[in-house]
Write a protein that binds this ligand. Structure first.
Ligand SMILES: Nc1nc2c([nH]c(=O)n2[C@H]2C[C@H](O)[C@@H](COP(=O)(O)OP(=O)(O)OP(=O)(O)O)O2)c(=O)[nH]1
Length: 132
């Protein structure tokens, strides 16, 4: 089965992380995710995440690190989700595709109803946070 490479942004503000809720009429509607999207041809993962954040929220950002990845089999496709630490540079968040966004403490991340592929990333992020 085809593996689809998708990027996901971990954006932190003090001790909180940005979580975004997928639109009700989207696949995985209402599920929470780290914003991002599919990597296009001739695009690096870093370019992809910066482009997606501009498209989805109208913000300028830069990649500052890499958390890790999660591979998830959704039956009809396999998603390889790559999570980057991203810093906000400029712009007010506009909700262009998501239902909602929330800033949430890392210790409370597990209370959200995450897209299945994201659960592994949440676990990695909690571990990463504890090691700091
Ligand atoms: N962006 C993003 N997608 C995720 C996450 N977790 C997860 O399972 N996905 C899945 C949902 C979709 O099947 C796929 C990414 O699709 P998308 O709809 O967000 O990406 P896109 O904007 O590039 O897609 P498209 O509508 O242009 O085709 O990955 C996540 O944390 N972030």
């Amino acid at each position: 089965m085809k593996i689809i490479e998708v990027t996901a942004a971990i954006i932190q503000k003090q001790d909180e992380v940005l979580a975004a809720q997928r639109s009700h009429d989207d696949e995985l509607g209402y599920k929470w995710e780290f914003p991002g999207g599919k990597i296009e041809q001739n695009e690096s993962a870093e370019e992809c995440i910066v482009r997606e954040l501009e498209e989805e929220f109208g913000i300028k950002t830069k990649v500052v690190g890499y958390l890790g990845e999660s591979k998830y089999d959704y039956d009809n496709k396999i998603i390889l989700l790559k999570a980057f630490f991203v810093e906000h540079i400029q712009g007010v968040y506009q909700l262009r595709v998501h239902q909602n966004i929330r800033w949430i403490k890392i210790t409370e991340l597990k209370t959200l109803d995450w897209a299945p592929a994201d659960i592994e990333l949440v676990n990695q992020l909690v571990k990463h946070h504890k090691l700091k």
